[in-house]
Structures are given as structure tokens and as C-alpha cells.
Design a protein around this ligand. Structure first.
Ligand SMILES: Nc1ncnc2c1ncn2[C@@H]1O[C@H](COP(=O)(O)OP(=O)(O)OP(=O)(O)O)[C@@H](O)[C@H]1O
Length: 313
């Protein structure tokens, strides 16, 4: 599918990387990134920037390339193209980069034998920007205590502990690969609350990959959508609201609306709805009511297989 938003960031000071005190505030700059696993193209010509102070959702179906992109950003994979993370080539200067970047991979594990207090000591020795006091303060938001052993904690508690340890690092960028996988709704909610309340300060940026599209919509400032290794949308939520329009209409208008080539036709609260990139054509805009498309609607529209797009309801 052809990218519907340019692969270069949309205009606007934030997407271009603002300048403050003479220093560019772009945290990630990627130009034409591509990466293959054998004959499989996992990333295909991605270009984007992530400025300071953003909470960016990385969305995509299974196998879309999210983990591969995150691994490239933290220097674990070396894609073709140009990539700068916090001013460095992440692969060549990985150790240095990791002092300013927090990363929780999708298969993150904490040593099961360890006590929480021992992990705090370990982190203090390993990570120069880690604050043990800050970690203890963050743990107070959770039901985990310093005396607990990791092996006695539930999955949700381990994830909270992991975030408390990582958020106690005074970094500029946090990369989270499906951090709430396997957690119940309450644990997911408290994870994101802690992240936003305790770590995001308007200068730091977070990149989160997730399949919980509905849940993260209210947290995000920006969204990047990957489809089979391609960046099909890179947009702020504000721009999304002004650019995409959905038209809710009576069933009798279905044929006329379909002739206006919507991106997606679906049902919203039982009503026939059609999603357009931009204003619906004038010839049909009177046939229904404009409604705000959700991120999920947009995600469905842009990442569905072409053969089922525009399918009859
Ligand atoms: N080590 C590997 N060797 C070969 N192919 C791989 C490897 N890792 C990933 N792939 C393939 O690359 C593509 C992208 O995988 P990736 O794990 O980045 O996707 P993802 O979006 O993170 O998926 P998920 O949501 O399921 O975690 C997939 O087709 C996957 O099968």
C-alpha cells in the first residue's frame, strides 16, 4: 500500500525538530531505513523524526516490523540508511547511547532470584544516571516492596517494578516494546499512569509499541503506523483530527458514499460510516453527519489487507 502520509514528517515546528538554546531538539532522525532478514524485508525505506517532548505510539499488526525498528533504534540491529539517536549512530556508539536511553524490550526479564533491593543496588552500579532514591520513591506507587523477590511477584508487579527501575534513570528517551503485554486492564492503566506522571516532563520522549490501540490513544501526542515494514502514517493526534473525517450516514446512501472512494467503510455505534482522508467530496458530504474517526478506525483503514478494504458491510 502506498504511504498516505508522506514518509517525511508533516510540517509544523514539532515535527521538524524545534531549536532551543541553539541545540536541535530532535531526538531521533531516520532517513531511508531498510532492513532485511534473508529475503524478508522487515523495514522498507522508513524516514521520520521524533522531537523532544513527544509520546509516540508505534502501531502495526503482528510482523509489521515494530520490534525490528526498536532494535535498530537501540543499536541492536544495523539497518541500511541513516539513523541518529540522541545525536549518535546507535550501532557504533551503543554503550554511550544506553546511558541516555531507557529500553524495555518485548521479552524483558528481570532475574527471578533477585530481591528488589538487590536490583536497585545492581542498577546503581551499572547505570550512572540511575537514582536509587528515585526508584524507591517510584516503587511506593506500586504494591512492590524492596524486600520482595522477583519470583514471588505477579506479572503485573514485575512490569511495574521494571518501569520503576527504568524510570529512575535520568534519560531523554524511553523505548518500550509492548510493555503491557499479558497484563490485565488495571495493571495496564497503572503502568501508563506511572509512565506519564513520573517520567514524561515535556522534554523527554517515549516511543511505545502496542496492540492496545484504543487504550493508548488518549496518552499519545503522535502516532506512527507500520504496515509490512512500511511507514504508512506518521502524524500528530492533532493533525489526525483535522485531516481525517468520517461520515455517518443512512444505509440508503451507501452506494453514493462508496462512490466517493472512502478509505474504509465500517459501523460506528450501529451506523454506517465512511472514513475519508480530507473532507468528503462535496457531492456526498450532505448525505451524512461528520464524526471524529478514532485511532482504531484509522489503523484499520491504513493497515488492512488491500483485498478487504472498502468491503461491503
Ligand atoms: N530474527 C529474525 N529472522 C528472520 N525473520 C525475522 C526475525 N525477526 C523478525 N523477523 C520477521 O521480520 C518481520 C518483522 O518482525 P517484527 O518482530 O519486527 O514485527 P513486530 O511488528 O514487532 O511483530 P509483533 O507485533 O508480532 O511483535 C516479520 O515478518 C518477522 O517474521
Amino acid at each position: 500500500m502506498a504511504p498516505i502520509a508522506g514518509e517525511t514528517p508533516a510540517p509544523g515546528p514539532d515535527r521538524q525538530g524545534s531549536e532551543m538554546g541553539g541545540r536541535m531538539k530532535t531526538l531521533i532522525e531516520a532517513k531511508h531505513l531498510s532492513l532485511n532478514y534473508g529475503s524478508k524485508a522487515a523495514l522498507q525505506d522508513l524516514s521520520f523524526t521524533i522531537p523532544a517532548g513527544r509520546v509516540v505510539g508505534l502501531l502495526g499488526h503482528n510482523g509489521a516490523g515494530k520490534t525490528t525498528l526498536m532494535k535498530a533504534l537501540v543499536g541492536l540491529k544495523r539497518p541500511a540508511g541513516e539513523l541518529t539517536v540522541l545525536g549518535r549512530d546507535p550501532h557504533a556508539r551503543r554503550n554511550e547511547l544506553l546511558t541516555e536511553l531507557c529500553y524495555i524490550p518485548d521479552v524483558a526479564v528481570l532475574p527471578r532470584w533477585a530481591r528488589v533491593s538487590e536490583l536497585i543496588t545492581l542498577m546503581s552500579g551499572l547505570q550512572p544516571r540511575f537514582s536509587a532514591d528515585r526508584a524507591r520513591q517510584l516503587l511506593k506507587r506500586t504494591s512492590v516492596t524492596e524486600q520482595d523477590k522477583v519470583k514471588h511477584l505477579s506479572k503485573g508487579m514485575v512490569t511495574q517494578l521494571h518501569l520503576a527501575l527504568v524510570a529512575a534513570i535520568d534519560a531523554k528517551l524511553m523505548i518500550l516494546d509492548e510493555p503491557t503485554l499479558g497484563l490485565d486492564v488495571m495493571s495496564r492503566k497503572s503502568f501508563y499512569e506511572m509512565l506519564i506522571d513520573e517520567w514524561c516532563d515535556g522534554e523527554r520522549s517515549v516511543l511505545i509499541s502496542t496492540h492496545q490501540v484504543e487504550e493508548v490513544e488518549s496518552l499519545l501526542s503522535d502516532v506512527m503506523m507500520l504496515d509490512e515494514g512500511r511507514l504508512v502514517l506518521n502524524i500528530s493526534l492533532e493533525e489526525m483530527d483535522s485531516r481525517f473525517v468520517a461520515l455517518s450516514h443512512d444505509p440508503e446512501a451507501a452506494d453514493a458514499v462508496a462512490a466517493g472512494h472512502p478509505l474504509l467503510r465500517y459501523r460506528l455505534q450501529g451506523r454506517h460510516t465512511a472514513l475519508f482522508d480530507g473532507a468528503p467530496p462535496e457531492t456526498i458530504s450532505h448525505l451524512g453527519q461528520r464524526v471524529r474517526p478514532s485511532l482504531v478506525d484509522l489503523f484499520m483503514a491504513l493497515t488492512r489487507k488491500p483485498e478487504i478494504q472498502g468491503r461491503e458491510l
